[in-house]
Design a binder for this molecule. Sequence first.
Ligand SMILES: [Zn+2]
Length: 326
Amino acid sequence: MISILDHISQDKLDKLCEQHYAHVLKPSFSPHIIRDELKKVISIHGYNNPTQVNIVSYILNNFKSIISSKPINLENHISYFKSRGYDKHIEGHINKPFRVALLNAFAYEKFRKWDSAVKLAQGLDLKSCPYCNAQYTLVTKQKSKNKLAFQLDHFYPKSHYPYLSLSFYNLIPCCSVCNNSKSNKPTNMKGSYHPYSRESVSDDFSFCTDNLDVVKAYVKGKTKFSVKINDEEKLSVKAKKHLDDYSIKKLFERHDDIVEEIVWKKFVYVEEYKKQIRTDFGPTLFLNEYDLERFIIGNYTKKEDTHKRPLSKFASDIARDLGLIR
Ligand SMILES: [Zn+2]
C-alpha cells in the first residue's frame, strides 16, 4: 500500500543499510561464523554434496551484496541460484538440515531480538503497516527496553531464500495480519509491490463509496455505506493481486462507520464554513491546507504522511471522492 520512499529519501535508506551491514559484520554475525556454522553441517554429510559447498562459497563471496543490495539485485541472486540449480539443494524435506543451518548461520532470530532490529525500525520511522495501512507499526518502550510492536516480513520468504534472511531490503516492518496473509508465498517485484520500491499500490487504486448512499443519508438520515474500489475491473493484475493477497476490500468494509463520519463532514464543512475557519484560525492553528484537511477528516491527507496513521489512505480517498478535500 505504502512506498517507504514516499517519506524517506534513498540517501537515508542507503545510510540505514550501511549501518545494518556494519552490525551484521559484528563478531556474532560475521561471515566467518556463517562459514563455521555451515561447515559443521556440511561435515555431518561428509562433504558429499559439492553443490551445497558451492552455495556456501557463493554466499561468502557475495556477502556484502546479499546483505545490502537493493531489491532488484537481490532478485539477481535468486535468479543465479535458480540458474545453477542451487535452489533445489535448499528446498524440500531432504535439504532441511542445510536450510536450517543457513538460517541459523544468518542468525535472524537473534537479530530480531536485538537492539539492531529496533534501530532499523526507528530509522525507517514507519508508523503504519506498508501492506495494508490499517494497523500501527510502532516501536514502544516497555520496562525501559524498546520493543517492536509489529513483525518483520521477509518479502522474499526466508523459508525459500534463507540466504536473504538478513538482507536489509528484505526486512519489511508490517502488521501480524499481513505477515500471516503473505506467509511463505514466493513473491517478486514483477508480481507484487515492494515497499522499498518507488512504485506504490496507493497510486494504482482508490477507495470510494456509492453516491446513492450519500444522497440517501442526506434525504433520509441513517443509511448503510458501502466501501468500493474505483474502477475495480480496470485495475492492473498487480494491484488486483495486492488487494486479494491482503483482503483489502473485506478489511476496509468493516470501516463503513468512517465513511459515514466523512459523509457527515461533507455536509457540515461546506466551502463557506471552511473559509470562515481559515479566517478565524488559519494563521495560528492551520499552517497550510493539509493541516486544515487533517483537522476535518481526522487523518493525514498528504502522500508522504500516509504511513503516519492507519486508515489515512482510506479516509483521504473517500473524502477526496466526495469533494470534501482536494
Ligand atoms: Zn498490514
